[in-house]
Design a protein around this ligand. Structure first.
Ligand SMILES: [Zn+2]
Length: 393
């Protein structure tokens, strides 16, 4: 089993790139996944005291070459943090440590601030405060350029794309304040994007997007009323072929987004991503699985999550059906924070449970495990992870 660990460039810059990477190698890791872009974050590192890093709108964290980019120019956090990248690449080339680029894609509020038309648009017409749309040509161009920029400058082995499907409007650090009950159906529909690019794609596919949007908004209003008829509405939507096609079109935009990046890199590095679709209950299992297969086939490797064994079995099963099954990697998150319940429960459950969870990932074909995240964890958790990996069959 190969192992890698996620790293924040600000942790490497603060702790020292050379000693930290030496320690990571001594801990037994084969490689690191170094963040090249990042979303809004307040992170606490227990290494060298109790250190808080804060970035409210996300940024680019490597010395991107601005002249290469189109309308969206990289917003570099600071040269001090970005310089962790060339130092890490130099170390990796010298020592054989694998260097991967951990690349956050659509959860980039700074892009949305600088180019508002790149934002996703909710069915009601309001722009997302945090997410950009994969159907937008400028967004595609930016990330294709960015990934090639990283590959050319640093010779990374793998570009690990995070978040290629648009995220829900109340994700994470930029959580909207809402005091209403939101049904799964409402949440799913709220994820449909009606930005200019998505509307144009729908119209070009022959869909009556205005009618679809009116239907979606009527159902959202009815769901907010919480009248007990959610199942009837969900059934009616499944029979709405245009709406189903519009949802598939949105997954298609993310698949094309990945393909655009893969094409631009052109074999100079591998590309991995997490294949997810949010519309299974709307489009049906058969169509959803075809979309997932298209997703998997768009990349060179699939990233799973140890904490999602049921989803992992589905993806691994679909992957096995491809002519050329992709290698499977899995993220392992250990979280002591009780607000993240599933991960916290696992972390507190003891080493036998950790081994069992990692073994379940190995059993579906995972051959690389990635520990999240070196700077955020105390050494004892890193040692516990490596001990568990050593016990896998
Ligand atoms: Zn859109």
């Amino acid at each position: 089993m190969r192992t890698t660990t996620y790293c924040y460039p600000w942790d490497l810059a603060r702790l020292g790139v050379e000693p930290t990477l030496r320690q990571i190698t001594d801990d037994g890791f084969d490689g690191i996944d170094l963040a090249a872009t990042y979303h809004p974050i307040d992170s606490v590192s227990p290494r060298d005291g109790f250190r808080l890093f804060s970035d409210g709108r996300g940024a680019v964290y490597f010395p991107a070459r601005a002249e290469r980019y189109g309308r969206i120019k990289p917003r570099i956090h600071s040269s001090e943090v970005a310089m962790a990248w060339p130092a890490a690449a130099e170390h990796a080339a010298r020592t054989g440590l694998t260097l991967n680029s951990w690349t956050i894609t659509l959860f980039q509020p700074w892009i949305r601030d600088e180019c508002p038309d790149c934002a996703r648009v909710l069915p009601g017409g309001d722009s997302s405060g945090s997410g950009v749309c994969p159907a937008n040509e400028d967004v595609r161009e930016f990330f294709a350029t960015l990934c090639l920029d990283i590959v050319e400058q640093f010779g990374v082995d793998l570009v690990r794309l995070e978040g290629v499907m648009p995220h829900i409007f109340d994700l994470d650090w930029l959580r909207a304040r809402s005091l209403v009950r939101m049904s799964p159906l409402l949440r799913m529909l709220s994820n449909l994007c009606f930005c200019g690019s998505c509307i144009a794609r729908g119209v070009a596919s022959g869909l009556d997007v205005a009618r679809i949007r009116a239907t979606v908004n009527a159902v959202i209003r009815a769901e907010l009323a919480d009248d007990g008829h959610s199942d009837d509405r969900a059934a009616a939507l499944k029979a709405d072929a245009e709406l189903v096609a519009f949802a598939e079109n949105q997954v298609g935009a993310s698949i094309e987004f990945v393909r655009t990046i893969v094409k631009r890199i052109d074999g100079r590095a591998r590309v991995s991503m997490n294949a997810l679709t949010p519309y299974r209950s709307l489009v049906g299992e058969e169509r959803d699985e075809q979309l997932l297969c298209d997703f998997i086939a768009a990349s060179d490797q699939v990233d799973l999550n140890v904490l999602n064994p049921a989803g992992n079995r589905i993806i691994a099963g679909l992957n096995a059906r491809l002519d050329l099954p992709r290698p499977l990697s899995a993220l392992y998150v250990t979280i002591r924070n009780p607000t993240v319940t599933s991960a916290a429960a696992l972390a507190e459950a003891g080493s036998a449970t950790i081994v069992k969870s990692l073994q379940a990932a190995a059993d579906v074909g995972v051959r690389e495990l990635s520990l999240y995240n070196y700077g955020l964890l105390p050494d004892a958790d890193v040692v516990a992870f490596m001990d568990a990996v050593g016990q896998l069959r």
